[in-house]
Design a protein around this ligand. Structure first.
Ligand SMILES: [Zn+2]
Length: 446
């Protein structure tokens, strides 16, 4: 090995990844890049980012302690461990990443945020870096942003037209039939925490509203930058500086918006104002919360402390999204499920003759595995899709939201009234050959 790398600069070693400093002026960027290329820390930095790029990871998590560093990459919602690093390589690697982003490598305690880019061949990502001190050392989170968004629209995320139309109606879209027109209320958008896709569904659900027909105003805590949707004006609320949401909503009222958009409802007082706006001023609010399903999302909002009957009266519905991995179209394997199996899944036997599973490589007589599929680098999966649950509130469900403490009782009622669960939606993906039964089980239980 020594002879291979002799005489090479650190940047000439390691996998083919080009790391660039982008957020300073030209000379600051150049200085940072030159400094990093001469540091041995660039080799592990390239190794970690190479794995992240070729696997299309969304995040990288690096935990540094005195023993060294562990790194993980998040691929399609699943975390994969990378080889550990010794303390010296780890600290040099982190210093390289921080230098590229113009952060202070010596400060291992305060929260620092920045950005650099990583490219390998055709693949390029903007890497948002956050570093913060922990009890045992330091944690680095890289959020990898593709240059083109992963999804073009909510339809691209896998929603069915029927659910999308209902979402539009419940958020107040103009309806030809005046009996179907909804003027005011509160609508919740939800997804599981920790990479469950709330940002994704939030952005694309708002993108599907009629924000060009009505005036939307977004209020979000300063620095959150969660809502970047064309034609939705954002007001930042500086909570640390003493501003409150109710005050800022009061100011926003002067612009006479039709719809308030809040990715975070911080407290009871804010929800109370949104309820008053729905009841007295005919206004709509679209809010979001992390939850494991639609009913839990409702519950999380109702426990903010507003009178439950008042909240229930305003609530129009909730749309919850859960994601599952899509089978790679190039290598997925069909199999014929038994009729009993089809029945268990609740699928019509006449419609489904074949289901799919991910590619299971088989060794040849010499014990060699076949070359991995070029489309998915042998993962068997490629990208993700959403399973959408939509609960529309009618009088019966409003009554339950106002009085029923037992969430399972509300779930049962919602089902009886014809609202589909993410599981039922997932089974449709299964029937279409988009995902596998094992993946569906994993996605629904996580
Ligand atoms: Zn494949």
């Amino acid at each position: 090995m020594a002879t291979d790398t002799e005489g090479l600069s650190p940047n000439e070693m390691g996998p083919p990844v080009d790391l660039r400093s982008t957020t300073g002026d030209n000379s600051a960027n150049q200085t940072a890049e030159i400094q990093c290329r001469q540091s041995m820390g660039i080799v592990p930095a390239k190794q970690v980012l190479y794995e992240a790029l070729v696997n299309d990871a969304e995040r990288v998590l690096i935990d540094c302690t005195v023993q060294g560093a562990t790194s993980q990459i998040e691929v399609d919602g699943l975390w994969q461990q990378l080889p550990s690093l010794d303390p010296q390589s780890a600290s040099m690697m982190v210093a390289v990443m921080k230098t590229l982003a113009h952060l202070n490598p010596q400060d291992r305690v305060s929260e620092q945020k920045g950005e650099f880019t990583a490219n390998s061949g055709e693949i390029g990502r903007r890497c948002h870096i956050t570093s913060i001190g922990t009890q045992t050392g330091e944690r680095i989170v890289l959020k990898l942003q593709p240059k083109k968004p992963r999804f073009k629209s909510i339809t691209d995320l896998g929603i069915r037209d029927e659910i999308l139309d209902k979402f539009k109606q419940l958020t107040g879209k103009y309806m030809e039939n005046p009996d179907e027109q909804i003027h005011s209320g509160i609508f919740i958008i939800s997804a599981p925490a920790n990479g469950g896709g709330l940002s994704t569904v939030w952005t694309h659900a708002l993108g599907a509203t009629d924000r060009f027909m009505r005036d939307f105003i977004c209020l979000e805590p300063r620095g959150l930058n969660e809502t970047e949707v064309e034609n939705v004006q954002t007001i930042e609320v500086d909570m640390a500086g003493g501003q409150t949401f109710p005050q800022q909503i009061e100011k926003a009222k002067l612009k006479e918006p039709d719809v308030y958009v809040l990715p975070v409802v911080p407290n009871k007082e804010t929800l109370d104002v949104l309820c008053d706006e729905a009841i007295n001023n005919n206004r709509m609010s679209i809010i979001s919360v992390n939850a494991t399903d639609g009913v839990e999302a409702i519950h999380k909002i109702r426990t903010l402390g507003v009178a439950p009957d008042k909240f229930a009266k305003c609530l129009n519905g909730v749309m919850h999204m859960r994601m599952c991995r899509k089978l790679c179209d190039n290598c997925k394997q069909p199999f014929q499920p038994g009729p009993q199996y089809i029945q268990q899944l609740g699928l019509p036997p006449s419609h489904v003759q074949v289901l799919y599973q991910h590619y299971q490589p088989v060794m040849d007589e010499n014990g060699n595995l076949p070359e991995p599929c070029p489309a998915c680098v042998g993962k068997g999966f490629s990208g993700r899709t959403g399973m959408f649950e939509l609960i529309e509130l009618d009088d019966q469900l409003r009554q339950a939201v106002a009085t029923q403490p037992d969430l399972n009782a509300i779930r049962q009622l919602a089902q009886q009234l014809g609202n589909k669960s993410t599981q039922q939606e997932g089974i449709l993906h299964l029937a279409k050959g988009i995902t596998s039964i094992q993946e569906l089980q994993r996605a629904l239980s996580s």
